[in-house]
Design a protein around this ligand. Sequence first.
Ligand SMILES: *Cc1c(COP(=O)(O)O)cnc(C)c1O
Length: 440
Amino acid sequence: MEQLLNRDPVLSRVAAAEEVLWINPKLQPVKDGLRDLPLGMEDIRDAQARLARFAPFIRTCFPETAPRGGLIESPLTPIPRMGELLEARHGASVPGKLLLKQDSHLAIAGSVKARGGIYEVLKHTEELAMEAGLLTEQDDYSKLATPEMREFFSKYTVQVGSTGNLGLSIGIASAAVGYKVIVHMSVDAKQWKKDLLRSHGVQVIEYEADYGEAVKQGRAQSDADPMSYFVDDENSKNLFLGYAVAALRLQEQLAEQGIAVDDNHPLLVTIPCGVGGAPGGVTFGLKQVFGDNVHVFFSEPVQCPSMLVGMATGLHSKVCVQDVGLTGMTEADGLACARPSGFVGGVMEPLLAGEVTVEDRKLYVFMRELLESQDIFLEPSACAAFQGPVELLKQPEGKAWCETAGLTAEKLANSAHIAWATGGALVPADIRAAYEKMYL
Ligand SMILES: *Cc1c(COP(=O)(O)O)cnc(C)c1O
């Protein structure tokens, strides 16, 4: 452990479960950072086109998506009153606009997992149907919702390991297509998420172990069944690309709201991170679209900063938070992944600006403050997104980083900071009421 901690000066504070701001020393300009990656803009466009083909099917299965024509997309909402609260109560400095990307309110799954998770299920569905000669790209994909097609898909199984939200997204989407679905839930998973899945006819297997073990068991069961497909959260390029499409949608939303992103108008983004797939995919998309004018930070719980430990040591999936003496336990169930994705860590190395960590207690403070100031509810995991705006310009490391990144006071005054709200809409009323009283 001593040797691990020597790899980066911040790590001893991380190991002491302190809140930190870590600046990624391996960040590169996008012209270098994006060059050698295994995926590119054409892959994101391909995913975007696939989601467009599936829109008529999504609209048929999930009528709540009809207003957006079967696209699953969330609002981008200015939250100036929250910005004022963060400045008044946390000593934050938020010189530009503060915005909330409300993936908490994405249709179907109520979390960012509605991007990657549903995309992966749809991609698999398209492949199966095309191989069987039942579908071409020119078809109206709403035909996939007919009883004959459901009968065809019912022969197949989809399985996934999850701390909760990925299971919800894969489970609900797979059940809608007609698959048999098995979700392997880690000990962190909330009871209501298991109950909700069972109400969709999903088989939920519960483990007393952590996320890594749930994934391992799920993969083994799926591999033993030739009709079963395993969604691999740690390594899936499909999930990753589903998340990345968010950047193209965000580009349109920013333009609609007249918010510029260019040399003089930097975009800052803070995204809560678990195993890394969702924030990694979104970041990859953002760097493709906005290049060096976007600066992305991840936010993780102080007891479970797995991506930070992976990146700061350079060991990625070869290290877990227990290796530096942390518990991995957090009330932010969506972020409770003790070992980061190696695939995502590698891709993020030249692209991510840095990370912040946050105490569990503070997630509930942010939650109440957002309710108070903007009347918007997020689940605790999602509230980690506010730690970026709060800490970035307060910490000496952050101020030094602004200088290196060329973010002058003038540019910061023109900036927008997006807190990426990753989940919340499906939280039942009684659980929400209990959350609102936590740590009071
Ligand atoms: C899954 C999730 C995240 C993080 O996504 P990863 O792919 O695990 O990094 C963040 N917030 C919420 C609410 C989530 O469900």
